[in-house]
Write a protein of this length. Structure first.
Lengths: 712, 101
């Protein structure tokens, strides 16, 4: 007879998701089982709340559909028929196939495809970079999100953390520009509400009347892709009416005269015609923004998802310097405070292993790259997918599926579940979930280092990504010291721990406390650019960007640390308004056939596709729903609940219509994230989106998407 | 699918929920609070905090409280937002005892 004593533990962790909030977790473990995950109430930014997406995070670890062992395909490509194999068999197969491909085509015939399915230093965005650089594969440019904003930000203000979201509490005027914060930056919202309590006005600029817009003091509806015109129009009003901060502009900015000339091309009436915002509203917004100091802008990723998105972000990023908002605590702009973290990309990505001249293929062009539409020599013969799900998340998804069906393509996918992309794999490798692994999280929405400590053992034969690439390196015969480093040794080399920003912060202290704030000023006193000090070539906020001389580029973090083979496409030194490709003005014939512009923001109950396979989250999110304006709906005899098909020349998908004035006439909205294979047609919104790029940073143009909607 | 305040709040109105809500979705009258379904973001921060277990995720709402979905939506739109903790009603403790909580 045995006796059993229940053992309970609480382990500190952090959210793994691609979200700016990176919440502090407490894992509650009983008898080695994860029973609950709660927020840590002591964390100053995330304050103990989690979000709807993480509701059943503990149970998610025990989802019966989890991939627990390596598998090999036993049916036709895409059939979803797999058979369990051992890790040894999987690694042996990879080595044999890759060696053959390298012998025949060269190592660049292998392409990795990873993104931010996990956000850790060890297991996240850069987890495979060193391995693939060592292998000599094609360098994958990972520009799903924020890359256009990154380039625009770096060109204008340099790699600064900018305004801390916690400092928003001290602002008197807050513009949330292209972001549904209560959906995608929830834990920053209480600081906005705190500011409002102290008298601040909250303005939301968004084409859609989102849950966040509904809470604003003023919701300004803007046509998608026209943000650059609005920002330039605001600059024009502010200069014309002499509302700018002469002293700040004189001392701390570069290129005022050129900016003034450019902005003069955007009088309020012209901007009104472009954006759909009444000219008087543009003037009022400009005056209030300039006069109510400190004024703050929370800029969202949505702005970059149009052809002129990069220049739009540059124009928006100019505004705080023009009005002197940076002088004040709570003034400025929030983009990604990630630039404050002293990364050592030289270790994390090992760009020194990239052979000079190695080519770059952008991940958003995956369909073109796999199908031969993009002329590549050698062609891609093997795709290795980790931390990502391009069949759902990349544009022109049908083209990607065509590519993945190629019999001669050797596809390996490391995953948690058999996703829409994993279905097409030749080999599947099982990955760990967050409670099962160790990592120092990379945070891009606040200023805390967050350590995630494993709370439970991995199930089956799941391994962390960092171990996956160690195993692959050994399999391929790499004998570098790098592959023998422990997790902590990797972390110690991944940051400059001697930086004053990390003074007092060590892994040992993090293991005890879970999180620590960087030494970059506290929220109630931080004003990083009160006296200029922008980390740009001139040391000033560059209205006229020095970096424009080298042409369009992608920041090294998004391309494995590689600096060569940048696009270099011409960039105007002063931001301009670049119109959409798909509009009545730009392409009347296309707009005649497909008169509705579709935007596809993030879902409420899923994190992209993650959790969209959980029944409780499916019930909460509901079916694939297409919001359509009453006028557009009536023309098509569509009512709420009608089954509809959304289509264009690229593809189609189906869903349920919801007739709503939350979208403007001419605009339709659906969420990305529903698994295509779970929709009736096996497709979702990205079957219709274009595989083009915004003018900066090779971001996608997901919002520049003309479609039509019809009853099924 | 928002969260819903139910009848248990009646004559209590402890409002601990308000201090844990990240989006200010609570509205109140002289008797109880209501959740604005257009503002609630389903985070559930309020659920374990309520001393009288008055708040449900609508996915878990007992049938007996189904009518509260409409009551919360209608009343919240007519009443002011409560953004700070209010003193509980004078009947709160007796009501809690009555509920056996």
């Amino acid at each position: 007879m045995s006796t059993h004593t229940s053992e309970s533990r609480v382990v500190r962790g952090a959210c793994p998701q691609d979200c700016p909030d990176t919440c502090a977790f407490l894992y509650h473990v009983e008898d080695d089982k994860l029973v609950e995950v709660t927020g840590d109430p002591d964390h100053p930014m995330t304050r103990g709340g989690l979000c709807v997406k993480l509701k059943n995070f503990a149970e998610h670890h025990y989802n019966p559909d989890r991939l627990l062992h390596p598998m090999k395909r036993v049916g036709p490509k895409g059939s979803g028929h797999f058979q369990r194999i051992s890790w040894d068999e999987a690694l042996t197969e990879i080595k044999a196939r890759w060696t053959g491909i390298i012998d025949q085509h060269g190592s660049q015939a292998i392409m990795p495809h990873g993104y931010l399915g996990h956000q850790g230093t060890l297991n996240g965005l850069t987890t495979g970079d060193a391995f693939f650089n060592r292998l000599g594969s094609t360098v994958a440019e990972k520009t799903y999100c924020e890359s256009g904003s990154s380039t625009a930000w770096l060109m204008t203000v340099g790699p600064t953390g900018g305004l801390d979201v916690e400092s928003l509490a001290f602002a008197k005027y807050i513009i949330v520009w292209g972001m549904n914060m209560t959906n995608t930056n929830l834990h920053a919202w209480p600081f906005v509400l705190e500011a409002r309590k102290n008298g601040a006005k909250i303005v939301v600029i968004d084409p859609v009347r989102t849950r966040t817009a509904k809470q604003a003091d003023w919701h300004i509806r803007i046509k998608p892709g026209t943000d650059g015109a609005l920002a330039l129009g605001m600059i024009n009003v502010i200069i014309e009416e002499d509302l700018y901060d002469h002293d700040y502009v004189e001392q701390y900015t570069l290129g005022f005269d050129e900016l003034k000339s450019r902005a003069a091309e955007f009088p309020a009436e012209r901007v009104a015609a472009i954006t759909g915002i009444p000219a008087d509203d543009i003037r009022t917004l400009s005056r209030e923004y300039a006069k109510c100091q400190p004024s703050a802008i929370r800029q969202g990723v949505a702005v970059e998802r149009s052809p002129g998105g990069g220049d739009a972000i540059r124009a928006i990023t100019i505004l705080p310097a023009l009005v002197g908002a940076w002088r004040h605590v709570g003034g400025g702009a929030v983009e990604m405070p990630i630039w404050e973290f002293p990364f050592n990309f030289a270790h994390m990505c090992r760009p020194d292993w990239i052979k000079p001249g190695t080519r770059v293929v952008n991940e958003l062009d995956l369909g073109q790259a796999l199908t031969g539409e993009m002329k590549l020599d050698p062609p891609i013969q093997s795709l290795f997918v980790y931390n990502s799900n391009p069949v759902s998340q990349a544009p022109a998804a049908s083209k990607i599926v065509d590519g993945l069906m190629r019999e001669d393509l050797f596809t390996v996918v490391s995953e948690l579940f058999i996703t829409d992309t994993a279905r097409y794999a030749d080999l599947l490798l099982p990955a760990t979930m967050q409670a099962e692994q160790y990592d120092l999280m990379v945070t891009w929405g606040h200023l805390y280092f967050m350590l995630n400590q494993p709370a439970i053992e991995p199930p089956g034969e799941c391994i962390a990504n960092v171990d996956l690439f160690r195993r692959l390196a050994k399999t391929m015969g790499f004998d570098d010291e790098y592959w023998d480093l422990s997790d902590d040794e990797m972390l110690l080399r991944s940051y400059d721990w001697s930086s004053p920003k990390l003074e007092g912060i060590t892994l040992d202290v993090l293991k005890e406390r879970g999180y620590m704030r960087l030494n970059v000023g506290l929220p109630h006193e931080r004003a990083p650019h009160a006296k200029g000090e922008f980390p740009t070539p001139s040391g000033k906020c560059e209205f006229k960007a020095s970096a424009a001389a080298k042409g369009n580029f992608v920041a090294e973090v998004w391309r494995s640390g590689y600096e060569q083979m940048q696009s270099g496409a011409p960039v105007d030194a002063v931001p301009n308004y670049i119109a959409s490709f798909e509009s009545e003005h730009a392409d009347p014939a296309l707009a005649g056939r497909y008169p509705l512009n579709m935007v596809s923001p993030k879902p409420h109950a899923f994190l992209n596709t993650q959790y969209a396979n959980e029944p409780v989250q499916q019930r909460r999110q509901g079916d694939q729903t297409i919001l359509i304006h009453p006028v557009d709906a009536a023309r098509r005899k569509i009512e709420s609940g009608t089954s509809v098909r959304v289509s264009n020349d690229r593809g189609s998908f189906e869903g349920r219509a919801e007739v709503s004035e939350d979208v403007m006439e001419g605009l339709v909205m659906t969420n990305v994230g529903h698994w295509p294979s779970r929709n009736r047609t096996g497709t979702a919104v990205n079957s219709t989106t274009p595989d083009r790029h915004c003018n900066l940073g090779q971001a996608g143009t997901f919002s520049d998407n003309l479609v039509d909607v019809e009853r099924v | 699918m928002p969260h819903v305040v139910t009848d248990n709040c009646q004559r209590c109105r402890f409002t601990d929920c308000v201090t844990h809500c990240p989006v200010q979705c609570f509205h109140a009258d002289d008797e109880r609070v209501y959740i604005d379904p257009e503002v609630c973001i389903d985070c559930s921060a309020c659920v374990p905090i309520c001393p009288v277990h008055a708040i449900y995720d609508s996915l878990d709402l007992p049938d007996a409280y189904a009518h509260e979905l409409v009551i919360n939506a209608q009343r919240s739109h007519l009443l002011p937002v409560i953004s700070a903790h209010l003193p509980p009603l004078s009947t709160a403790e007796s009501r809690r005892a009555e509920l056996g909580l």
